[in-house]
Design a protein around this ligand. Sequence first.
Ligand SMILES: Cc1cc2nc3c(=O)[nH]c(=O)nc-3n(C[C@H](O)[C@H](O)[C@H](O)COP(=O)(O)OP(=O)(O)OC[C@H]3O[C@@H](n4cnc5c(N)ncnc54)[C@H](O)[C@@H]3O)c2cc1C
Length: 443
Amino acid sequence: MNEVLIIGGGFSGLAAGVALAEHGRGVRLLEQKPHLGGRARSFLDPATGSVVDNGQHIFMGCYHATIRFLSTIGTLGRVRFQQHLTVHFLERNGRLTVFQCPGLPSPWHVLLGVLRSGSFAFKEKLEVLRLGGLLQWAKAMHHGSEKLSVREWLTRLGQSERLQRNFWDLLCIAALNEDPTVASAALFEHVLRLALFTSPEDSCLAIPAVGLSDVYVDAATAYIRARGGQVESGRSVAGLLVSEGRCRGVRLSSGEEIEAEIVLSAVPSFQLAGLLPGELIRLEPFFAPVISLRPAPIISINLWFDRALTELDFVGLRGTTIQWLFNKGKILGLGENYVSLVLSGAHRHIGRSKEELLATALLELGDLFPEARKAELHHSLIIKERFATFSPTWEAEQVRPPARTPVRGLYLAGDWTATGLPATIESAVQSGYTAAGAILNDC
Ligand SMILES: Cc1cc2nc3c(=O)[nH]c(=O)nc-3n(C[C@H](O)[C@H](O)[C@H](O)COP(=O)(O)OP(=O)(O)OC[C@H]3O[C@@H](n4cnc5c(N)ncnc54)[C@H](O)[C@@H]3O)c2cc1C
């Protein structure tokens, strides 16, 4: 049977490789970087020796494809799942509240969680319950509203400006990596249904207890190799060989050509643009998204202090520029006073200097945590991911492509393809499985 040539060693490429190898198909995976993992990877910080992720990644109980992938490669235990959905919120004045859902069937776990939470004023609880009721028992998205932004949709559904700012905006930016004023309401509604209104298990958050690469990179590689496949890093594909409507292989940056009857591209949209022959992008509307999808950035501010700031694993921040704090020292259990701050949908901040971002973070931490005012900063590491995800606008949702392409022998995977999910690990893994399924079915 024909070997499948996969381009890209992120979650999507590795998941596809594992799924194909599982079914006895030959796999050859090429990754341009010296390391695998793509936009979800970890490395050792030379200054501290700490394991640092390129950005904190959160998983959820509703990541069913990801859970299946990690179970197959034997690493699911490296991700720690909550028993019940629990999120702490800290306001700039230091007020801490918790939103915790009890172990009741859906939707009662969320509804009771909202009623009991100190994170909402009484009137806001009624607003959240109203929206929850619409999602659960009625069709919240009315005909013609699919083009709305999250902001327009929430306002139409009677969510006050304060509740949006303090709750929905945090969820929207965390889940979609985009500002509610431009993010697609239809996509947000879909995510809310999956995450909050399916089952209490699906609502739980999960955090890797190890560096991100240790969650899947080596185990997936070993799985593919144990079944006769090859995984090669430092192998940059310069272009796809396409003639007479058929993909015949790839050309590497070294000039070497590799022939293949089946090629699966698992690279981000903006990188696929450089691999496709120019006339295909111009003449074949199927490939329009490779030029029309816009990126959305994420900034991670990693800080090492001389003391602990909080006992919490993570906390959502209200009234600040930074949105989430993750207590990495505690999560990784390495006894370090190391925290990672997240700034998603960071269009307005990506151009700021690292010094400015650090100054903002320290100022805000001083307001949020009394310990931060006394703490000494030992080290900082700021990571700007300019192309963290695609920007999930309504327009973007219309052009995301399926796995099968009009070019025979060429398939697509990646978090940006038509999974119906925002650009997440789950979207990447699902896309890898879908593409593998299409290949197994077609060839
Ligand atoms: C800072 C940050 C935080 C995030 N937080 C979360 C989160 O909390 N939860 C969540 O679910 N998701 C999160 N995401 C999104 C998640 O990381 C991505 O959706 C997922 O990793 C995408 O996987 P992928 O395989 O589709 O693409 P990628 O990971 O980008 O993999 C593509 C691979 O292809 C390789 N490649 C590209 N061009 C070539 C070429 N020409 N030749 C060979 N190889 C090539 C690249 O080097 C890369 O390794 C976050 C992303 C970032 C950046």
